[in-house]
Design a protein. Structure first.
Length: 187
């Protein structure tokens, strides 16, 4: 169990680092979107490349922040129902959800996304829009995001089993919500 818990901590650190890094992509996407809108309305000029890069950035945020969100226990849950049960039952529900829903979905998506992204890479796929960008990096985000989500699912499963074996404290499963100022001060 110690080796598995060490693996879970490594996965957690990887997804924490990626989540913190990718959060800046949202700011960049907003700045590009705003700049593009200003250019379009003020100077009557625009670029498909600028539109596509903001789509790519938004895609990166959603795909790469999902494992971070799961890690921090901020994902959509059935707390209205599960909140009425004991912590042990809630963690049992989590295990069921990971095994019955999260892992199959992530692995199925990974199975379909890998050949889809690989074909795009092999063909050096470009946007069909005039002045558009290359497409394969955005498509590569799909299997990468689902692989990270599956890994985080494994980490969460290990920690929940560790809880039942008395190796992981209950506090591990509380939401990691923090005020932005407090979070920055802790870095």
């Amino acid at each position: 169990m110690s080796v598995l818990l060490t693996l879970a901590r490594i996965i957690d650190r990887i997804n924490e680092a990626i989540g913190r890094f990718i959060s800046w992509a949202l700011l960049l996407a907003v700045l590009i979107c705003s700049g593009n809108a200003i250019m379009r309305y003020a100077f009557d000029t625009s670029s498909n490349a600028w539109l596509e890069i903001q789509w790519y950035l938004f895609s990166a945020v959603f795909l790469l922040a999902a494992p971070y969100t799961l890690r921090r226990n901020e994902h959509v849950r059935i707390d209205v129902i599960a909140g009425k049960f004991s912590r042990r039952t809630q963690i049992g529900i989590d295990i069921f959800g990971i095994l019955a829903f999260l892992m199959p979905m992530a692995l199925i998506m990974l199975n379909f996304a890998l050949p889809y992204a690989w074909l795009s890479f092999q063909n050096q796929e470009m946007s069909s829009n005039a002045g558009g960008l290359i497409v394969w990096p955005a498509k590569m985000l799909i299997p990468f995001g689902f692989a990270l989500l599956a890994l985080q699912g494994v980490s969460e499963l290990i920690k929940r089993i560790g809880y039942f074996r008395g190796r992981v404290p209950e506090s591990e499963f509380e939401k990691h919500v923090a005020e932005p100022v407090a979070e920055r001060a802790g870095e």
